[in-house]
Design a binder for this molecule. Structure first.
Ligand code: 6CS
Ligand code: FE
Length: 294
Protein backbone atom coordinates (compact mmCIF):
# COMPACT_ATOMS: atom_id res chain seq x y z
CA UNK A 1 0.00 0.00 0.00
CA UNK A 2 1.37 3.42 -0.93
CA UNK A 3 1.53 6.39 1.46
CA UNK A 4 -1.59 8.53 1.81
CA UNK A 5 -0.52 11.71 0.00
CA UNK A 6 -4.05 13.15 0.03
CA UNK A 7 -5.54 12.43 3.47
CA UNK A 8 -9.22 13.33 3.75
CA UNK A 9 -12.05 12.19 6.03
CA UNK A 10 -9.48 10.66 8.39
CA UNK A 11 -10.40 12.73 11.46
CA UNK A 12 -8.18 15.77 10.73
CA UNK A 13 -9.39 19.25 9.94
CA UNK A 14 -10.19 19.98 6.31
CA UNK A 15 -7.54 21.94 4.37
CA UNK A 16 -6.53 23.02 0.88
CA UNK A 17 -3.14 21.80 -0.39
CA UNK A 18 -1.37 21.94 -3.75
CA UNK A 19 -1.68 18.83 -5.85
CA UNK A 20 1.39 16.59 -5.74
CA UNK A 21 0.94 15.08 -9.21
CA UNK A 22 1.30 16.47 -12.72
CA UNK A 23 -1.80 17.27 -14.79
CA UNK A 24 -0.29 16.25 -18.14
CA UNK A 25 1.60 13.07 -17.30
CA UNK A 26 3.13 12.89 -20.79
CA UNK A 27 3.83 16.63 -21.00
CA UNK A 28 2.64 19.08 -23.65
CA UNK A 29 4.10 17.11 -26.56
CA UNK A 30 2.46 13.80 -25.73
CA UNK A 31 1.31 12.07 -28.95
CA UNK A 32 -2.41 11.42 -29.46
CA UNK A 33 -5.68 12.87 -30.75
CA UNK A 34 -5.41 16.23 -28.92
CA UNK A 35 -3.40 19.15 -30.30
CA UNK A 36 -0.95 21.30 -28.35
CA UNK A 37 -3.55 24.03 -27.66
CA UNK A 38 -6.03 21.49 -26.32
CA UNK A 39 -3.40 19.94 -24.07
CA UNK A 40 -2.45 23.38 -22.76
CA UNK A 41 -6.13 24.21 -22.05
CA UNK A 42 -6.59 20.94 -20.20
CA UNK A 43 -3.53 21.61 -18.10
CA UNK A 44 -4.62 25.16 -17.25
CA UNK A 45 -8.39 24.69 -16.80
CA UNK A 46 -8.64 21.00 -15.92
CA UNK A 47 -10.97 20.21 -18.82
CA UNK A 48 -11.34 20.36 -22.55
CA UNK A 49 -14.64 20.37 -24.47
CA UNK A 50 -14.69 18.79 -27.94
CA UNK A 51 -17.77 19.61 -30.03
CA UNK A 52 -19.07 16.87 -32.31
CA UNK A 53 -16.29 14.48 -31.25
CA UNK A 54 -18.39 11.32 -31.78
CA UNK A 55 -20.50 10.64 -34.88
CA UNK A 56 -24.31 10.27 -34.91
CA UNK A 57 -24.21 6.48 -35.43
CA UNK A 58 -22.10 6.02 -32.30
CA UNK A 59 -24.43 8.24 -30.28
CA UNK A 60 -27.52 6.34 -31.54
CA UNK A 61 -25.94 3.02 -30.63
CA UNK A 62 -25.18 4.29 -27.10
CA UNK A 63 -28.77 5.52 -26.66
CA UNK A 64 -30.15 2.17 -27.83
CA UNK A 65 -27.78 0.32 -25.49
CA UNK A 66 -28.88 2.55 -22.60
CA UNK A 67 -32.55 1.82 -23.26
CA UNK A 68 -31.88 -1.92 -23.43
CA UNK A 69 -29.83 -1.84 -20.22
CA UNK A 70 -32.53 0.15 -18.42
CA UNK A 71 -35.07 -2.58 -19.20
CA UNK A 72 -32.82 -5.40 -17.92
CA UNK A 73 -34.31 -6.67 -14.64
CA UNK A 74 -30.96 -8.20 -13.61
CA UNK A 75 -29.53 -4.69 -13.45
CA UNK A 76 -31.88 -3.45 -10.72
CA UNK A 77 -31.36 -6.59 -8.69
CA UNK A 78 -27.58 -6.21 -8.62
CA UNK A 79 -27.39 -2.51 -7.65
CA UNK A 80 -26.12 -1.24 -10.99
CA UNK A 81 -29.30 0.75 -11.33
CA UNK A 82 -29.42 3.78 -9.02
CA UNK A 83 -32.62 5.77 -8.42
CA UNK A 84 -33.10 9.49 -7.86
CA UNK A 85 -33.25 10.52 -4.18
CA UNK A 86 -36.68 9.79 -2.70
CA UNK A 87 -38.12 8.53 -5.97
CA UNK A 88 -38.40 5.55 -8.33
CA UNK A 89 -36.97 7.44 -11.31
CA UNK A 90 -33.71 6.00 -12.71
CA UNK A 91 -30.73 8.30 -12.05
CA UNK A 92 -27.74 6.21 -13.19
CA UNK A 93 -26.84 2.88 -14.75
CA UNK A 94 -23.42 1.66 -13.62
CA UNK A 95 -20.79 -0.50 -15.31
CA UNK A 96 -22.38 -0.07 -18.73
CA UNK A 97 -19.18 -1.19 -20.44
CA UNK A 98 -19.68 -4.67 -18.97
CA UNK A 99 -23.47 -4.82 -19.36
CA UNK A 100 -23.50 -3.71 -23.01
CA UNK A 101 -21.37 -4.88 -25.96
CA UNK A 102 -21.86 -1.43 -27.51
CA UNK A 103 -20.32 0.40 -24.56
CA UNK A 104 -17.61 -2.27 -24.31
CA UNK A 105 -16.57 -1.27 -27.83
CA UNK A 106 -16.96 2.49 -27.24
CA UNK A 107 -14.64 2.59 -24.23
CA UNK A 108 -11.84 1.20 -26.42
CA UNK A 109 -12.42 3.82 -29.16
CA UNK A 110 -9.27 5.76 -30.01
CA UNK A 111 -11.21 9.06 -29.78
CA UNK A 112 -11.79 8.32 -26.08
CA UNK A 113 -9.20 5.84 -24.81
CA UNK A 114 -6.57 7.43 -27.07
CA UNK A 115 -7.09 10.81 -25.39
CA UNK A 116 -6.93 9.20 -21.94
CA UNK A 117 -3.62 7.53 -22.87
CA UNK A 118 -2.29 10.83 -24.19
CA UNK A 119 -3.18 12.69 -20.98
CA UNK A 120 -2.11 9.96 -18.54
CA UNK A 121 0.92 8.61 -20.47
CA UNK A 122 0.12 5.01 -19.64
CA UNK A 123 -2.13 2.14 -20.56
CA UNK A 124 -5.60 2.90 -19.25
CA UNK A 125 -8.52 0.90 -17.89
CA UNK A 126 -12.08 1.80 -16.93
CA UNK A 127 -12.29 2.64 -13.23
CA UNK A 128 -16.02 3.44 -13.45
CA UNK A 129 -18.61 3.73 -16.21
CA UNK A 130 -22.19 4.85 -16.06
CA UNK A 131 -24.99 6.60 -17.88
CA UNK A 132 -26.59 9.51 -16.03
CA UNK A 133 -30.16 9.95 -17.24
CA UNK A 134 -31.19 13.35 -15.79
CA UNK A 135 -34.79 12.99 -16.95
CA UNK A 136 -36.91 16.04 -17.78
CA UNK A 137 -38.44 17.77 -14.74
CA UNK A 138 -37.38 15.08 -12.22
CA UNK A 139 -33.60 14.78 -12.84
CA UNK A 140 -31.78 15.83 -9.70
CA UNK A 141 -28.49 17.68 -9.15
CA UNK A 142 -25.00 16.57 -8.24
CA UNK A 143 -23.48 19.00 -5.69
CA UNK A 144 -19.93 20.37 -6.13
CA UNK A 145 -17.31 17.68 -5.57
CA UNK A 146 -13.93 16.37 -6.68
CA UNK A 147 -14.24 12.78 -7.93
CA UNK A 148 -10.65 12.07 -6.91
CA UNK A 149 -11.41 12.87 -3.28
CA UNK A 150 -14.08 10.13 -3.25
CA UNK A 151 -11.98 7.68 -5.28
CA UNK A 152 -9.01 8.21 -2.95
CA UNK A 153 -10.94 7.93 0.33
CA UNK A 154 -13.46 5.25 -0.63
CA UNK A 155 -11.65 3.29 -3.38
CA UNK A 156 -7.92 3.73 -2.60
CA UNK A 157 -6.90 5.52 -5.81
CA UNK A 158 -3.36 6.63 -4.88
CA UNK A 159 -2.50 9.38 -7.41
CA UNK A 160 -4.30 11.97 -9.51
CA UNK A 161 -3.73 10.00 -12.70
CA UNK A 162 -7.28 9.50 -13.96
CA UNK A 163 -9.51 11.38 -16.36
CA UNK A 164 -13.28 11.37 -16.87
CA UNK A 165 -15.14 11.92 -20.09
CA UNK A 166 -18.75 13.04 -20.16
CA UNK A 167 -20.39 12.20 -23.49
CA UNK A 168 -23.53 14.08 -24.54
CA UNK A 169 -26.00 11.50 -25.89
CA UNK A 170 -28.75 14.13 -26.06
CA UNK A 171 -28.47 17.91 -26.31
CA UNK A 172 -26.79 19.41 -23.25
CA UNK A 173 -28.20 22.90 -22.74
CA UNK A 174 -27.98 25.60 -20.11
CA UNK A 175 -31.41 24.48 -18.87
CA UNK A 176 -31.29 20.71 -18.66
CA UNK A 177 -28.83 20.23 -15.84
CA UNK A 178 -25.45 20.65 -17.59
CA UNK A 179 -22.07 19.78 -16.13
CA UNK A 180 -20.64 22.83 -14.30
CA UNK A 181 -16.93 23.13 -13.49
CA UNK A 182 -14.64 25.48 -11.56
CA UNK A 183 -11.79 26.13 -14.03
CA UNK A 184 -8.33 25.63 -12.52
CA UNK A 185 -9.67 24.06 -9.32
CA UNK A 186 -7.83 20.79 -10.10
CA UNK A 187 -4.49 22.42 -9.14
CA UNK A 188 -5.35 22.20 -5.44
CA UNK A 189 -6.87 19.52 -3.27
CA UNK A 190 -9.64 20.03 -0.78
CA UNK A 191 -9.67 17.60 2.13
CA UNK A 192 -12.47 17.10 4.65
CA UNK A 193 -12.86 16.61 8.38
CA UNK A 194 -14.78 13.69 9.86
CA UNK A 195 -15.09 10.10 8.76
CA UNK A 196 -17.04 8.27 6.06
CA UNK A 197 -19.84 5.93 7.12
CA UNK A 198 -19.44 2.36 5.85
CA UNK A 199 -21.45 1.59 2.73
CA UNK A 200 -21.64 5.31 2.01
CA UNK A 201 -22.00 4.54 -1.70
CA UNK A 202 -25.52 3.18 -1.19
CA UNK A 203 -26.72 6.70 -0.41
CA UNK A 204 -24.00 8.86 -2.00
CA UNK A 205 -24.72 7.72 -5.55
CA UNK A 206 -28.26 9.03 -5.10
CA UNK A 207 -27.29 12.13 -3.14
CA UNK A 208 -23.69 12.80 -2.07
CA UNK A 209 -23.23 14.15 1.47
CA UNK A 210 -19.60 13.52 2.49
CA UNK A 211 -16.86 15.18 0.46
CA UNK A 212 -19.16 18.08 -0.44
CA UNK A 213 -17.54 21.50 0.22
CA UNK A 214 -19.26 24.49 1.81
CA UNK A 215 -19.27 28.00 0.32
CA UNK A 216 -16.15 29.14 2.20
CA UNK A 217 -14.13 26.19 0.88
CA UNK A 218 -15.37 26.78 -2.67
CA UNK A 219 -14.51 30.47 -2.45
CA UNK A 220 -11.04 29.61 -1.21
CA UNK A 221 -10.61 27.26 -4.13
CA UNK A 222 -12.02 29.64 -6.73
CA UNK A 223 -11.77 33.26 -5.47
CA UNK A 224 -13.08 34.70 -8.76
CA UNK A 225 -16.22 32.56 -8.61
CA UNK A 226 -15.80 31.66 -12.29
CA UNK A 227 -17.95 28.73 -13.42
CA UNK A 228 -17.65 26.93 -16.78
CA UNK A 229 -20.49 24.96 -18.36
CA UNK A 230 -20.40 21.98 -20.72
CA UNK A 231 -23.12 22.34 -23.34
CA UNK A 232 -23.24 20.84 -26.80
CA UNK A 233 -25.03 18.70 -29.36
CA UNK A 234 -25.11 14.90 -29.09
CA UNK A 235 -21.60 13.54 -29.71
CA UNK A 236 -19.89 16.43 -27.94
CA UNK A 237 -17.63 15.40 -25.07
CA UNK A 238 -15.87 16.97 -22.09
CA UNK A 239 -12.70 15.41 -20.76
CA UNK A 240 -12.11 16.58 -17.20
CA UNK A 241 -9.31 15.95 -14.73
CA UNK A 242 -10.12 13.69 -11.77
CA UNK A 243 -9.55 16.43 -9.16
CA UNK A 244 -11.57 19.15 -10.92
CA UNK A 245 -14.36 20.60 -8.77
CA UNK A 246 -17.62 20.00 -10.64
CA UNK A 247 -21.32 19.35 -10.22
CA UNK A 248 -24.60 19.83 -12.04
CA UNK A 249 -27.97 21.40 -11.23
CA UNK A 250 -31.44 19.82 -11.27
CA UNK A 251 -33.07 19.33 -14.63
CA UNK A 252 -36.47 20.98 -14.37
CA UNK A 253 -36.56 21.60 -18.14
CA UNK A 254 -38.87 19.73 -20.49
CA UNK A 255 -36.00 17.83 -22.12
CA UNK A 256 -34.02 14.95 -20.61
CA UNK A 257 -30.24 15.11 -20.57
CA UNK A 258 -28.63 11.72 -21.07
CA UNK A 259 -24.84 11.51 -20.75
CA UNK A 260 -22.45 8.59 -20.65
CA UNK A 261 -19.67 8.99 -18.15
CA UNK A 262 -16.45 7.01 -18.45
CA UNK A 263 -13.51 7.16 -16.05
CA UNK A 264 -10.09 6.09 -17.32
CA UNK A 265 -7.39 5.39 -14.76
CA UNK A 266 -3.72 4.75 -15.53
CA UNK A 267 -2.97 1.03 -15.21
CA UNK A 268 0.01 1.88 -12.99
CA UNK A 269 -2.30 3.84 -10.65
CA UNK A 270 -3.79 0.60 -9.40
CA UNK A 271 -6.14 0.91 -6.43
CA UNK A 272 -4.83 0.40 -2.91
CA UNK A 273 -7.09 -0.48 -0.02
CA UNK A 274 -9.30 2.58 0.61
CA UNK A 275 -7.52 5.42 2.45
CA UNK A 276 -10.56 6.42 4.51
CA UNK A 277 -12.90 3.44 4.86
CA UNK A 278 -12.65 -0.20 5.90
CA UNK A 279 -14.20 -1.97 2.93
CA UNK A 280 -13.62 -1.08 -0.73
CA UNK A 281 -16.68 -0.30 -2.84
CA UNK A 282 -17.97 -3.01 -5.18
CA UNK A 283 -16.45 -3.48 -8.65
CA UNK A 284 -19.47 -2.06 -10.47
CA UNK A 285 -18.60 1.32 -8.84
CA UNK A 286 -14.81 1.00 -8.67
CA UNK A 287 -12.94 -1.58 -10.76
CA UNK A 288 -9.90 -3.04 -8.96
CA UNK A 289 -8.44 -5.07 -11.87
CA UNK A 290 -6.45 -2.85 -14.28
CA UNK A 291 -7.20 -4.68 -17.54
CA UNK A 292 -6.25 -2.26 -20.36
CA UNK A 293 -9.22 -0.82 -22.29
CA UNK A 294 -7.21 -1.00 -25.57
O1 6CS B 1 -18.95 8.03 -6.07
C1 6CS B 1 -18.43 8.24 -7.16
O2 6CS B 1 -17.56 7.53 -7.62
C2 6CS B 1 -18.89 9.45 -7.91
N1 6CS B 1 -20.22 9.81 -7.58
C3 6CS B 1 -20.56 10.79 -6.80
C4 6CS B 1 -21.98 11.12 -6.52
N2 6CS B 1 -19.63 11.59 -6.27
C5 6CS B 1 -18.22 11.29 -6.37
C6 6CS B 1 -17.95 10.61 -7.69
O3 6CS B 1 -18.20 11.53 -8.71
FE1 FE C 1 -18.34 13.63 -10.29
Amino acid sequence: MSADRYPSRVGREGTIVDRADPVLWGGRDAPGPLGADQLAAYERDGFVVLDGWLDDDTVDECLAATEAAGRDPALAANERLVLEPGSEVVRSLFEVHKVSATFERIVADERLAGVARQLLDDDVYIHQSRVNLKPAVTGRSFPWHSDFETWHVEDGMPAMRAVSVSIALTDNTAWNGPLLMLPGSHHRYLSFAGHTPEDHYRTSLREQEYGVPDLAALQALQPSGEVAMFTGAPGSVAFFECNLMHGSPDNISLHGRCNAFLVYNACSNRLDPPFGTEAPRPAHVAEREPVPAI
